[in-house]
Design a protein around this ligand. Structure first.
Ligand SMILES: [Zn+2]
Ligand SMILES: [Zn+2]
Ligand SMILES: [Zn+2]
Length: 367
């Protein structure tokens, strides 16, 4: 049944709400134990329809082009003022871990005027309270004399102030899992391990899939023969219940998953090959976007090939919003189609030329 239809059913909604109560309470109680900057984390109840309407109305007042139907990143450009607010370093800071909005406190700032209110702080000595209110979140700063550790939050805060560190500078201190030397070492080992078991990782040997508890990607589980898969299917299901995160080992004999996989990596190309379904008992897989793992609103292959240069390779399924956001289209590892490669190279040249011509026209108009 389509999710939309299910959502409309009152009984299903109630059942879902009550089923979610327990995990919700657990998450809430864990968050309540945390503190940020000495203040305890506040857990608020989910906004009801009335509150949702209030925020929608406010957003519409701020930007008449706002619509709650705009959900994809690609839709952002349709809402000029909201886009400007998101992209203004004085009003918004975004990182993979946090998002912050603020009024900038500057006189006659058009964005703040549009918000409809200014910073309300009583006058204090040297405007300290205002500075404090407008202060961005402190981020971890490495200890200058011990680069392997971060400074204590208070010392970090002083360091940020003393050196007047910008957001870009602070972002550089954010540890990147992919550049971490230990992680790089681990990935190298995992790749070597996968290479040794190469014969497993064939599109015709996908016997089952498992969903990552962290990123939500569906990863393939392989076994050499259908017999093994059938004999130990119960054991495999039990193992799956224990939870899975990308790159984990399948702890059931005879089964393998690619160890080099990391959360948010694109879908495995093997996941998509449905032709081999008939040969050798391959499991059936649902088509999802290779980038964001969601289904629906796929860009037709012909359009992808026309608009992007894939160097003759075949595109994996990609959804409209990922495509519009200019994310590189993942391709299958199959053979290169030389005729298509030549065509796409030609098309790309033409696109570039058109861009140059168009930007020339735009500049022409301004003058
Ligand atoms: Zn402002
Ligand atoms: Zn994952
Ligand atoms: Zn997508």
């Amino acid at each position: 049944m389509p999710l939309e239809e299910l959502r409309c059913r009152k009984l299903a909604r109630e059942a879902f709400a009550s089923a979610m109560t327990y995990p919700q309470q657990q998450v809430e109680s864990r968050f309540r134990q945390l503190s940020v900057g000495g203040k305890q984390v506040e857990v608020r109840t989910f906004p009801d329809d009335e509150r949702n309407k209030q925020i929608e109305d406010a957003l519409r007042r701020f930007d008449p082009n706002y619509s709650p139907d705009f959900r994809a990143k690609g839709d952002l450009k349709k809402m000029t003022f909201i886009k400007e607010f998101f992209e203004s370093p004085d009003h918004c800071r975004m990182s993979p871990y946090s998002i912050e909005f603020r009024l900038c406190g500057k006189d006659r700032c058009p964005l703040c005027i549009n918000v409809g209110r200014s910073v309300r702080t009583p006058a204090t000595d040297g405007g300290k309270l205002r500075v404090e209110i407008l202060r961005w979140l402190n981020r971890p700063v490495p200890n200058p004399v011990d680069k392997d550790h971060y400074l204590h939050p208070q010392a970090g805060r002083d360091y940020i102030d003393r050196n007047n560190l910008s957001f870009e500078q602070l972002e550089k201190y954010r540890p990147d899992a992919k550049k971490d030397s230990r992680e790089m070492e681990r990935l190298k080992k995992d790749k070597e391990r996968d290479k040794k078991k190469k014969t497993f990782f064939d599109k015709s040997k996908v016997r089952s899939t498992v969903t990552c508890d962290s990123c939500g990607a569906e990863r393939c589980i392989y076994s050499k023969t259908v017999e093994v898969a059938k004999q130990r299917s119960k054991e495999l299901e039990q193992w799956k219940e224990g939870g899975y995160v990308c790159g984990n080992k399948v702890r059931v004999e005879g089964f393998e998953a690619q160890r080099k996989l990391r959360c948010n990596d694109q879908m495995e190309t093997q996941y998509y090959d449905m032709d081999s379904n008939k040969r050798g008992g391959r499991v059936e897989t649902k088509i999802v976007c290779a980038v964001c793992y969601l289904d629906g609103d796929f860009v037709p292959d012909s359009e992808v090939k026309e608009k992007r240069n894939l160097k003759g390779k075949s595109p994996l399924p990609i959804c409209r919003s990922c495509f519009d956001y200019n994310i590189a289209v993942p391709v299958s590892g199959g053979k290169v189609n030389n005729r298509q490669k030549a065509q796409q190279n030609k098309a790309e040249k033409k696109r570039r030329l058109d861009d140059v011509v168009n930007s020339g026209k735009r500049k022409g108009r301004k003058n």
